[in-house]
Ligand binder design. Structure first.
Ligand code: GLU
Length: 287
């Protein structure tokens, strides 16, 4: 077994992020309860192994849109923003209700934490959030985190949950971040368009070339597509001393295989940078 993969078996504080597309059925946009249930069972089992777990979950806006029947209202503008925020208010509560219920079935306590950019940029907020996470983990609860989409507008939002999960990993001093997504990991190119695209199993240095590759392909669902936010997350996580793995959520069992040191997804190995300042990094996001 590769040494870096072997070290994953020793990880103690783990942040797992799952995206909306992994939690909903593509055909209907409704919640995929089987996937959620498997996720909760895996996370509960990781807790039972004596490890600490934080879940960063999307899906609030998607769930709310469904409940309020406003799937047609997309785009920008004040009204669209208000609709999105209203949807998240409804959807976040639904999402949390489902997580509470599922975690309770496995005898675990889920705790909701909603954050914005200000949670990190403001010194007192950051200090308080850090203390809250520490206390929740000490008490054995599983923090379930999302952006506070109901109040977060452009100026104060982190914007996407890939970045948010890395920020959380840095804030709580996690030693591993796992991004569960609808892609297998990092490729040299978009595998849908280029059959020559090679899969990259491990990244030890985030070179400028890699970061530029991510920038060139924002938003696409497969291959290097949508890699930009994942590479930003990798920068935050690795500089703060956490390994990061991008893996496909198709089979949620991938979580325990990663923790067993198996060669799943793309591993970005940690390279702590003492000069990395989380507050400054977050402050510069979207500027
Ligand atoms: N916070 C958003 C939601 O819960 C999702 C953001 C993201 O997926 O990056 O719907």
């Amino acid at each position: 077994m590769n040494a870096a993969r072997e070290r994953i078996r020793e990880k103690k504080r783990i942040v797992v992020k799952i995206g909306s597309s992994s939690l909903t059925h593509p055909e209907t946009g409704d919640m995929d309860y089987i996937r959620m249930e498997k996720l909760v069972r895996e996370l509960s089992d990781i807790r039972n192994q004596g490890k600490e777990v934080v879940l960063v979950t999307s899906g609030a806006i998607a769930a709310g849109r469904k409940v309020l029947n406003c799937s047609s209202l997309n785009g920008n503008g004040e009204r669209a923003m208000a609709v999105k925020q209203a949807c998240s208010a409804v959807g976040q509560a639904r999402l949390m209700m489902t997580y509470q219920k599922l975690f309770a079935e496995y005898n675990q306590v889920a705790a909701q934490v909603l954050m914005t950019k200000n949670t990190i940029v403001d010194d007192l907020n950051r200090y308080n959030a850090h203390n809250t996470f520490s206390e929740l983990l000490r008490l054995g609860a599983i923090p379930v985190v999302n952006e506070n989409d109901t109040v977060a507008t452009y100026e104060i939002e982190i914007g996407d949950n890939d970045t948010l999960s890395a920020v959380v990993a840095a804030l709580v001093g996690a030693d591993l971040l796992i991004l569960l997504s609808d892609i297998d990991g990092l490729y040299t190119d978009d595998p849908r368009k280029n059959p020559e695209a090679r899969f990259i199993g491990q990244v030890d240095e985030l070179t400028k070339e890699l970061l530029d590759m991510g920038k060139a392909s924002p938003g696409s669902p497969v291959g290097t597509g949508g890699m930009n936010t994942k590479l930003i997350a990798a920068r935050i996580a690795t500089k703060s001393g956490a390994d990061m793995v991008i893996a496909n959520s198709r089979d949620i069992g991938v979580l325990h295989r990663i923790l067993d040191g198996e060669q799943e997804g793309t591993l970005f190995t940690a390279g702590r940078d003492e000069n990395f300042n989380l507050r400054e990094f977050v402050e510069r996001l979207h500027r």
